[in-house]
Design a protein around this ligand. Structure first.
Ligand SMILES: Nc1ncnc2c1ncn2[C@@H]1O[C@H](COP(=O)(O)OP(=O)(O)OP(=O)(O)O)[C@@H](O)[C@H]1O
Ligand SMILES: [Mg+2]
Length: 319
């Protein structure tokens, strides 16, 4: 919508995990390095957890471009699955037949496949995103897949990726066998204030115009407070702020614009009452009238952004 106005060649704040925009912050780089290490050193199990929207799926996608082209990868993105369905999805990813196969046969097929890959000296990765949704029984099923190993290395590298509940789940007593096999753990948190600014500037640069919109010092402060450094929230706040700038035909993104966005999105730390009168009246009879602007389109865009904030990423959205 505002792409031409700011001189971008593509939209800078899309909420899909697009690796063209990958920003190697210290935490994201460490997370990526630990996944690369887990795979290339054949460590068996690795766990990547992180706050909602912190960039776990983005890191997982970045990993794919760092793997040896011979590596076989199965990606499981939908985790509302029974154990059998999970095995079917894994077989499907490895292009193995699934029709009329029971659980034991599916397991046997996966084992045969792993042995064949070992014979061809090919590494195998099973990447399970949104793993916090898996039932303990299904997580146990995954552990069974990892049982196959030689004396020196694991035949399959299993990367479990998920929101903080995954850590709690794995630390529960019923999953202690699985927990003992996890050799690498990494938790992704939000960006620091400085990294947040670099992150936004990086996205603007990749989108084609670093100096298109100009954020004031106060604007940066409110973006930081509203987003807590979480990349998805930074994207949503900045996208909406640029939209308001466009509607007002200004490239200067002020503190007041960002406050309005944060209040509209009901982000912690900024409330409607923080927004000064002429832009958004604090409720009450004496509130000044808002300025005229195309409310319909803007309201719709904001509603969409709000929905996106809570919508988990699914394969269809980003693949
Ligand atoms: N290092 C990064 N570089 C560029 N963009 C990033 C980075 N980290 C996150 N993002 C952006 O933030 C948004 C959320 O990222 P992502 O979907 O990877 O988060 P997530 O942790 O997997 O979220 P969820 O908990 O919902 O699964 C995406 O738009 C993504 O492009
Ligand atoms: Mg994700």
């Amino acid at each position: 919508m505002y792409q031409t106005f700011y001189g971008f060649t593509m939209m800078p704040f899309s909420v899909t995990p697009d690796t063209r925009f990958f920003f190697p912050s210290a935490r994201h780089s460490e997370a990526l390095a630990s996944l690369i290490y887990a795979v290339t050193e054949r460590k068996g199990f690795a766990l990547l957890t992180g706050e909602i929207g912190s960039g776990k799926t983005t890191v997982a996608r970045a990993l794919l471009s760092h793997l040896d082209p011979d590596t076989r990868v199965a990606m499981v993105l939908n985790t509302h699955l029974t154990s059998k369905q999970l095995l079917e999805v894994i077989c499907g990813e490895f292009e193995l037949p699934i029709r009329n196969r029971d659980r034991i046969e599916l397991h046997a097929q996966i084992n045969d496949y792993l042995v064949q890959q070992l014979a061809g000296d090919r590494n195998v990765v099973l990447l399970i995103d949104e793993a916090q949704n898996l039932a303990p029984r299904t997580l146990e099923e995954i552990r069974m897949i990892s049982n196959l190993e030689t004396e020196t290395e694991k035949l399959v590298q299993i990367l479990l990726i998920g929101q903080p509940e995954l850590r709690q789940k794995i630390d529960s007593p019923e999953l202690r066998q699985l927990r003992q096999r996890i050799n690498i753990r990494f938790h992704l948190s939000g960006l620091t204030r400085e990294e947040m600014v670099q992150y936004v500037m990086h996205r603007l640069r990749v989108a084609g115009n670093e100096t298109g919109p100009r954020f004031s010092r106060g604007a940066w402060r409110v973006v930081g407070r509203a987003s807590r450094g979480i990349p998805r929230l930074i994207n949503i706040v900045c996208d909406n702020a640029l939209l308001i700038g466009y509607v007002r035909q200004t490239k200067r993104i002020t503190e007041e614009i960002v406050r309005e966005v944060a209040a509209d999105l009901a982000l912690d730390g900024v409330t409607a009452a923080d927004v000064p009168g002429p832009v958004r009246g604090v409720t009450g009879a004496a509130s000044p009238a808002p300025p005229r602007r195309p409310r319909g389109r803007l309201a719709r865009a904001r509603r969409l952004a709000r929905e996106m904030l809570w919508r988990p990423f699914h394969r269809s959205a980003g693949a």
